[in-house]
Design a protein around this ligand. Structure first.
Ligand SMILES: Cc1cc2nc3c(=O)[nH]c(=O)nc-3n(C[C@H](O)[C@H](O)[C@H](O)COP(=O)(O)O)c2cc1C
Length: 531
């Protein structure tokens, strides 16, 4: 077996939570010592983006047909809006003396390991180079200046992760959460671009080494030890109809010979605990350059969304529910089926995703109109039925529930208590309309390439982002759940080996507001910057 595959399998196994013991994490947490959630580079030129908070006309439901949304001009105003809607702040919360920011993209524990970069060449509204986005200030720090010989216009967004930020709280399991967050960030970027009539093309062939070089992540002296950034993905923003092919080699050579500026400020955290296993798994999941086969998802038409709010409003109001109303009226079946249809690979939100689906949903239905409580499955790939049947309990009846969806009834019963127990005893998994496990075709993916481990989590994060926004659009709310007892979930489903593995949970219901919290505007702290 490829040694990287076995490193990853070992990592996955040792970072499972068990009913009797959690994966290894810090024994104590000193909240005053939390790593700074906002990275800044000192010594760079700053570019303040136009004022945030602008609304656009397209409704959330218009995003189902993004081709019909008029393409907005590619300028600094709109690029700033895209960055804000994808990675910017959405609100500040306060409880007593504690104040914290929320963002348009969610993050496990609100720790935000994901960093976003903008790379521009040949665009007249911004000097060519590499910029780091500072969500707190809604500004760009120019890390690198390209000479202007690269005249082909391109706009790229790069994502990276500071694993340490997440590991500070979650220890060894944190690497998984960083990957989820990357998937959510990709989803957030796609929705943000779609409101502007733009689209996102994930560039699948790039190696991690190439991404590091382009974003300057390999410039070791610019980062404090343990606070480096790991490369995740590069996306191209398609903002008009005349796109010239991107010459990656020329772009990389330009970045290599260009002038770079700034050093990352310290995250101001004391590195009391160290988690070397995270560096080990990150090395083992290192992606080389690849030739990716072209795959086209079968298109399918979504049942219309009843949401009449603008897309920008839904994106900015997205939150994680902390608590649900366990006495909620059943969720209308049409809303539930809309959410299921929206996470199928042919749905518009999966435009940037160019690979056959490897994640299926096992759903604990608690309160959905017209459905008996119990366990159901949404198979996101028609060819997965036999595989999933063979890998799960014989007693599941696999009764198809809808002509239009690959949605199956497996088992009838009140599974509220079970769902709560499986998700680390969290009531959000039982007081909701439904909660679910995202189950990956695991061993087969890893056997193809070890780094596909990361892509499985990204796919989960992308599905999660769609569920978050679809829940908001239905007038309810979702929450990602990274804490669950892995093998207890597998036991309940009858999964005996690594063929299938649960990689993420999610829950959707009617939220209860925590009245003790005060809410403040996202950019109130910077109002004077745009006067
Ligand atoms: C990968 C991931 C895992 C999460 N796991 C949990 C969880 O187990 N329990 C929970 O209550 N919230 C969980 N959350 C929700 C986060 O705590 C939430 O996104 C974060 O506090 C930011 O708040 P916001 O989503 O309202 O912006 C998770 C979110 C993500 C993205």
């Amino acid at each position: 077996m490829n040694p990287n595959t076995s490193t990853i399998q070992n990592y996955h196994k040792r970072t499972k939570h068990h009913l009797q013991r959690y994966a290894k994490g810090p024994e104590t947490i000193d909240w005053d010592d939390q790593p700074d959630p906002f990275r800044r580079f000192s010594g760079c030129e700053m570019l303040t983006l136009p004022a945030p908070g602008r609304d656009l006309q397209p409704l959330f439901s218009d995003l189902d047909n993004p081709q019909a949304i008029p393409m907005q001009p590619l300028d600094l105003n709109n690029v700033g809006l895209m960055l804000e809607l994808a990675f910017g702040l959405s609100a500040w919360k306060q409880f007593g003396p504690n104040r914290w920011a929320l963002r348009c993209n969610p993050s496990s524990g609100n720790l935000h390991p994901t960093e976003a970069y903008l790379v521009s060449t040949g665009n007249d509204f911004i000097k060519s180079g590499v910029y780091h986005y500072v969500s707190h200030d809604h500004s760009l720090e120019q890390r690198c200046r390209f000479d202007e010989t690269l005249t082909d216009a391109a706009l790229l967004i790069g994502l990276s992760s500071i694993h340490w930020r997440e590991a500070w709280k979650y220890g060894e399991r944190a690497y998984r959460y960083c990957q989820h967050d990357t998937g959510h960030a990709l989803g957030a970027l796609r929705y943000a671009a779609a409101t502007l009539g733009w689209s996102v093309q994930l560039l699948p062939g790039w190696s991690d080494a190439d991404i590091s070089l382009l974003l300057g992540l390999d410039r070791k002296d610019d980062f404090k030890a343990l606070e480096h950034e790991s490369p995740d993905m590069i996306c191209r923003i398609i903002a008009h109809n005349h796109i010239t092919p991107l010459n990656a080699d020329v772009l990389l050579a330009t970045a290599q010979s260009a002038a770079w500026f700034g050093k990352a400020d310290s995250l101001r955290a004391y590195h009391l605990y160290k988690w070397p296993v995270i560096d080990e798994v990150a090395d083992a999941a290192h992606k080389p350059r690849t030739e990716e086969p072209v795959w086209q998802a079968p298109q399918h038409v979504l049942p219309a969304s009843s949401c009449i709010q603008s897309a920008t409003a839904i994106i900015r109001q997205r939150r994680s529910a902390q608590q649900f109303d366990g006495k909620m009226p059943p969720l209308p079946l049409s809303d539930f089926y809309r959410m299921l249809a929206a996470v199928l690979p042919g749905a518009a939100a999966f435009d940037p995703w160019q690979w056959p689906p490897k994640i299926h949903l096992f759903i604990f239905v608690h309160r959905v109109e017209g459905l008996t409580s119990g366990l159901y499955a949404l198979l996101r790939d028609n060819t997965a039925l036999e595989k999933c049947q063979a890998a799960t309990l014989d007693k599941f009846d696999w009764q198809k529930q809808s002509d239009n969806l690959p949605f199956y009834h497996l088992y009838t019963g009140d599974l509220k208590q079970l769902a709560k127990t499986l998700s680390c005893h969290q009531p959000i998994a039982s007081d909701s309309a439904f909660s679910l496990a995202m189950v990956a075709e695991f061993s087969e993916s890893l056997a193809l390439s070890p780094w596909l481990y990361r892509r499985l989590f990204w796919e989960c994060g992308l599905i999660g982002q769609v569920l978050y926004l679809e829940a908001e659009a239905s007038g309810i709310r979702g929450t990602g759940i990274g804490c669950y007892f892995d093998d207890s979930v597998h036991e309940i489903l009858g999964i005996k080996d690594d063929t299938l593995q649960s990689l993420y949970h999610f829950t959707v219901g009617k939220p209860l507001e925590d009245k003790r919290l005060q809410t403040f505007p996202a950019y109130g702290h910077l109002q004077s910057a745009w006067l």
